[in-house]
Design a protein around this ligand. Structure first.
Ligand SMILES: C[S@@+](CC[C@H](N)C(=O)[O-])C[C@H]1O[C@@H](n2cnc3c(N)ncnc32)[C@H](O)[C@@H]1O
Length: 378
């Protein structure tokens, strides 16, 4: 953590109180071990391995070794006031998936082949027609929050393209992977926190990005509303969430999730290989078919379909893309079937949320059939 982060970090208890900093160990300009204290609400947050950890209640890890090491046990003791919520319990189940995934796939999104694929997709998600325009959008922002950065590849890209600051907040151990991939940048801050308890003042960011994140929280709508509070008037908020799928895909997904989501991550990766092999075999065919009529009962539109995509979008997640190696393709399938929370939504639902929030300016960008890309202005 860089000292400069303190200017904008606030206690997640009230989103207002500034934090006192104690530094125990530094590496270059980064504080790798330290303590942040909210003296008003009497709570403390450690900085470990370079990352300030704002997890609370049920999500807060056991820091007794940290307290012993820095002779803090007597002074700080056990937190008795911490409220443990049902939502935090839910979130901690989902964290198991993502702490594992982002510890294994630390390089995701960093190689040129990954970036070509991912930034082509980002252009569609943000409805711009070139990566240059994406860079220009980020350059025009001075305080960016990315929620759920995973490996941190996009936080890194945004920080490289703005003179402002990027806060990269993730609730799982992905925060440490993000830190590893961004700590060479003086304007990027990796933080471990639940987005429902983000350590920031309200109305404080001019861009918030949550790509493939909010449907993994206990409540997607509440997550949208919570982040909207953090957005400054006039600011933009982009989120990408899963779209409600057709009947056959929903049936298969429910069946497979029942079988896979309780497995240990290692076993689930193994179990996903058969789906990944199916995706590859279908992609290798390079076959297309044309449907003159839509299969309305399954939500399949008329037209020409790549056979692998037809399976993937309508029957079972059997992702395959040549831009990724076998393990990364398999991880994309794991990412769908293992997380405890993985909600799907309709555009009508999202329109309802926008109405409740009184957002007058928002659009859905056409990025792919199984997701909803929403870009709004507060
Ligand atoms: C599917 S990954 C997406 C990562 C990245 N945005 C990408 O597109 O590659 C979802 C990420 O959201 C994070 N996440 C889930 N719930 C969260 C919450 N309540 N607060 C912050 N991050 C959360 C997970 O830990 C995980 O790193």
């Amino acid at each position: 953590m860089l000292d400069s982060a303190l200017t904008h970090l606030r206690s997640p208890v009230d989103n207002q109180t500034s934090l006192d900093l104690e530094v125990y160990e530094k590496e270059g300009s980064h504080i790798v071990e330290g303590l942040l204290t909210d003296r008003v609400n009497d709570v403390w947050f450690p900085i470990v391995r370079g990352v300030p950890v704002f997890l609370m209640g049920e999500l807060k890890p056991d820091f007794s070794a940290f307290l012993d090491k820095h002779k803090l046990s007597q002074r700080l003791g056990v937190e008795t006031k911490a409220i443990k919520t049902e939502e935090q319990k839910e979130q901690s189940k989902t964290n198991k998936t993502f702490s594992d995934k982002w510890t294994r796939f630390q390089e995701y999104g960093l190689s040129p082949t990954h970036q070509e694929f991912l930034y082509d997709w980002y252009c569609k998600k943000f409805a711009v027609d070139s990566v240059e325009k994406l860079r220009a959008l980020f350059a025009s922002k001075s305080r960016i929050l990315e929620c759920g950065p995973g490996s941190g590849f996009n936080s890194r890209f945004m920080a490289e393209n703005t003179d402002g600051e990027v806060y990269a907040l993730d609730v799982s151990d992905a925060a440490f992977t993000t830190y590893g991939n961004t700590n060479h940048l003086s304007n990027c801050y990796a933080i471990q926190a639940d987005l429902f308890d983000g350590p920031f003042e309200n109305n404080s960011f001019d861009l918030i990005v949550a790509d493939g994140v909010l449907h993994h929280t206990p409540d997607t709508k509440k997550a949208v509303f919570r982040l909207y509070e953090k957005l400054a008037p006039g600011g933009n908020f982009f989120f990408y969430i899963y779209r409600q799928m057709g009947a056959a895909r929903k049936f298969c997904d429910a069946h497979i999730r029942d079988a896979f989501m309780h497995l240990e991550p290692e076993d689930c990766y193994k179990a996903c290989e058969s789906l990944t092999d199916l995706g590859k075999a279908l992609a290798d065919l390079g076959a297309k078919i044309t449907l003159d009529k839509p299969v309305e009962v399954l939500g399949i539109p008329a037209g020409t379909h790549d056979v692998q995509r037809l399976f993937y979008y309508n029957f079972v997640k059997c992702f395959w893309n040549d831009a990724f190696d076998y393990e990364t393709n398999n991880m994309v399938n794991f990412d769908w079937y293992h997380p405890h929370n993985a909600w799907q939504h309709t555009e009508e639902e999202v329109v309802g949320w926008m109405e409740e929030l009184a957002v007058s300016k928002f659009q859905f960008n056409d990025s792919n059939p199984n997701g909803i890309s929403c870009f709004l202005t507060k």
